[in-house]
Structures are given as C-alpha cells and as structure tokens.
Write a protein that binds this ligand. Sequence first.
Ligand code: ASP
Length: 365
Amino acid sequence: MATRRQFVRRVASAGAGVAAGVAVPGGWLEGAPAVHARQVRPVAISSANGLRAVARAMEVLEGGGEPVEAVVSGVNIVELDPEDTSVGYGGLPNYEGVVQLDASVMNGPTRGAGAVAALEGIKTPSRVALAVMRYTDHVLLVGEGAQRFAVSMGFKVEDLLTEKARERWLEWRAGLNPDDDYLEPKESGDRVERFPVSGAAEPGMLDSYDGERPWGTINCNAIDRDGNLAGVTTTSGLAFKLPGRVGDSPLVGAGLYVDNDVGACGSTGRGEAVINVCGSHTVVELMRAGMSPQDAALEGLRRILRWTVEKRLLDEQGRPAFNVNFYALNKRGETGGAALWPGSRFAVSVDGEARLEDAAYLFER
Ligand code: ASP
C-alpha cells in the first residue's frame, strides 16, 4: 500500500485536476477492514433451499476449485431442479406465464461481477452471469440481449415452464378476479391443488413467503482456505410478476455483495425492499465496521424497517407485511443469517457437514 508521502507525490505528478477528485488512501474504505485473516476454514452458506448447494460448493473448494466456481456449481443443482419453483428451470412464471430469471455473481479476488436480468429460456442463469463476468467488459445484460449473449456462449434455449409451475400460474390467474372468464381449476375439472393464499407455503418457499405470493431465491456465498470469497444469487423472482420486473437478485449491492477484504452477503425475500436500501452492500459495510455477520444482517433489516413507511406494506401493528432474509459470511469464515420474521433457516457447510441453522429475526409473530 502507498504511504501517505508517496501518495501525495503521485497525485501531485498526476496534475491538479485529477488530485481534486481523488479519494485519500488510508481513509475508512482501505484503512480499517473489520476482519483480518490469513488461513480460514472453508465455509459455504446459502438460503434454506441450498443444502445440496453448500455441500457441492465445499466439494469444489476441496478439489481446489475457486470460490466463484464453487458457489455457481452449488446453485446449478437447484436451478436445474424442476421441483424448486423459485429458481431456474421449474421457476414460477411471470404474469403472462413466461419464466423470467435473474442472477448475479461476484468474485472476490478479481473484484469481478456479472449479472443477467429478465432472462428467458436458459436453465442456469447463474452460469450466464458468470460468462458475462468472464467474457465481457460489462456487468449486467438484460432480456433479449442476455439471451442472445447466452446463445453465443453455447447455452441452449429451452422451455422452462414445467407442468407444476404452469398449473400454479393458472390457479393464480383464475383467483385474480371472480368476474373474469377464467374458471377456478376445480370448476374446470382439473385436479390442481389450491394455491396457498394464507398460512404455510410449500417447503423451500417458507423463507420468503409473504402470505400473498410466494417468493424464493437461492443465494450462496463461500470462502476458501486462503480467505478468498465469492457469492451468487439466482431466482425466478416474485411469482407472477409484471413482465420485465427485475428484483434484487441480479443487482450488485442489493441481492448480492462481495468484498474480498471484508465478507459477502446475499438476500432473499421482497426484492424491492432490499433494492431500496442497497441491502447486501449495507450488510457488508456493517461487517467492515466491526459487526458480526448476524448482527450486521439484523442491522441491515433495521434499515429496511426504517424505509418501510407506506401503509400498503405494513400489517395492522405497523410492521412490514413481508419478509426479507440476509445470509452473511465474513473474512474469518464466520456465518450469520437473519430475517424480519421467525421461522427462517439457512444452510451452512463446514468441516464436511452441511446443516440448516435457525436465522435470527427482528419480530415475533
Ligand atoms: N428476492 C427475489 C426477488 O425479489 C425473490 C425472493 O427471494 O423470493 O426477485
């Protein structure tokens, strides 16, 4: 790192115009990372639907793979699983019955990021995000352009709408307006299970179910023994969303943030709430300031509380009528998860064991 004297000399030789706008090294961004570590125990953390993902991520790390490859390989399992209706293939579609996927990756050591949003027809959007990071000078590609890029990189365009997801969408559409021309599936003779509009969501959606519509995503972050970090977040987003709606998952700083000096964080739940407070970036900055992963995640949620003022977003007691989860990992390999509401869990894999842990929370029901 440059000494103050060297820096002043460099700036001086760069000319006065440049000097005026240059940040001072040794300021709080560089000067005081919260966590120093030389060798750490490799760890992977993910949302509750990622038990297999963290186990896979650890296998890749143990085989000498880099953290970014580890986390993407982990979430690929869930993206390709037709039974997980919140991510990738089999994800619940948008308002028009089209599956649109969002994903981002960040690679700590190279400070690289890549993302795709509203991508159709590709089962593993996290891999496309990785290709954006590796093979373009850009960070985020959207919609048709993202798909064309994916095709150019050898990805196959496929129908992502499974029968299960299509039935869910039909059910939701029929329930929208009792006076329209869509009959309830039971009236039309189909054997479709009622889509839950209150009470418990199906397993795997519980983390981010807001009582109205299912939310769901997978975030996975990992650290290797050299202390290098990476993260990925991938999702089909809010079920039945407006076409073109982009959530927090593909937005660097919102649904994912990795700083190789400090830690990594990702989110699931109401993306709009996370975007508004640059959620994952906020949590990483709080870890830089010295907070543990769990405390930083809780403090990030308090920031969301502060921003949730519109009545339509609050319950009768003035509390958020939705859920958000943060999954945080610091440079020492410590993990923590927190949600607005109780009942959330997160997956951790360390020392050869993958398990679910209870997340901290802000409110009692
Ligand atoms: N955060 C995702 C989004 O807003 C959805 C979720 O996690 O449930 O698109």
